[in-house]
Design a protein around this ligand. Structure first.
Ligand SMILES: [Zn+2]
Length: 319
């Protein structure tokens, strides 16, 4: 079978074993890769080291293997890739698209309060929208974190990027950023307004998720990202970072989430049970139903073969 240029990935955080929700994400990304005759990679997202559980990476890889989901290359670990993230941050600093921030949470709360009633809530997913206090300098404060300059206008760019910017009118014409999701369709977000200047390197010295993901996706040659819908909201920030770093933009597909009985996203944090490794066929069957896939099979390999065909019929990009 001719190799396609497709490279996809599953990128779990090793904070515990896979549960029903994370298997859906793993399966969707695997099916999409195989439906396109592509490669499927696994990346262990262990940048947030305090949250990681020793041994969880191996448990996850064992669970994937039990379900017949084998990566096409050895997994990479974000904890070993800090030099790549530093290179990217250095590039953004050199381009004046990243700046040091000396604000504590209290500083940010006070700056928001001092700006008066702004008419809209300055908070999003429990995180304060940074008001840009340190954009023009630290004013004697000590640098704590590094932030991305989300107002992405021509005046902020060095001249060699102005040429590239002309090919990206969706970014320049207004502050509203648009992209297309293969399942959700047209999406848009005003990153500067709705998210603000987001953190690239945290005050505790750890790399922020957004930067690590963008750097790794490019370094691994990822062409297609298939992941849970809870992560769709990160897409605009990640595409902005890709553009700023001159990296290619993958195609995106966000799959529905598995909800727990309380109606919230099933997650390790709200006590989702680990998958039962003794019965991978049942685990695959349940994950498949969630993705609209139903197969009659007596073992995981047969189930997966049928599922790839069903997935290809629905999601294969033919253009
Ligand atoms: Zn600041």
């Amino acid at each position: 079978m001719a190799a396609s240029g497709y490279i996809g990935r599953f990128a779990p955080s090793p904070t515990g074993p896979l549960h029903a929700g994370s298997l859906v994400a793993a399966l969707a990304s695997w099916l999409d890769a195989k439906a396109h005759n592509g490669q499927w990679l696994v990346r262990i997202e262990d940048v947030d080291t305090p949250r990681c559980v020793p041994g969880a990476d191996q448990t996850i890889l064992n669970q994937l293997a039990a379900c017949g989901l084998y990566p096409d290359a050895p997994p990479v670990y974000q904890s070993q890739r800090g030099h790549l993230y530093q290179d990217a941050l250095d590039q953004l600093i050199a381009q004046s698209q990243a700046y040091p921030c000396g604000c504590s949470r209290l500083d940010i709360e006070q700056a928001i309060a001092a700006s008066g009633p702004s008419g809209h809530k300055r908070e999003r997913h429990g995180e304060l929208i940074y008001p840009g206090t340190c954009r023009n300098g630290l004013n004697g404060k000590k640098a704590r974190s590094w932030r991305f300059l989300s107002t992405f206008h021509l005046s902020n760019r060095p001249s060699d990027q102005q040429i590239r910017a002309q090919a990206a009118p969706d970014l320049i014409a207004s502050d509203i950023f648009r992209w297309t999701d293969r399942k959700l369709g047209e999406q848009q977000q005003n990153v500067a307004e709705q998210v603000g200047d987001f953190v690239l390197k945290r005050a505790d010295g750890l790399w922020a998720y957004q930067l690590a993901v963008v750097v790794d996706d490019a370094a691994q040659g990822i062409t297609h990202i298939v992941r849970g819908q809870d992560l769709a909201d990160n897409t605009a920030r990640q595409i902005l970072l890709q553009r700023a770093l001159g990296l290619p933009q993958p195609k995106y597909l966000h799959t529905p989430l598995v909800l727990g009985v309380n109606g919230e996203k099933l997650s390790k944090q709200n006590g989702a049970e680990a998958l039962n490794l003794q019965d991978p066929l049942t685990a695959l069957t349940q994950a498949g139903l969630h993705l609209g896939i139903a197969c009659q099979a007596d073992r995981p390999t047969h189930w997966l073969q049928q599922a790839v065909d069903q997935w290809a019929a629905r999601f294969k990009i033919t253009a």
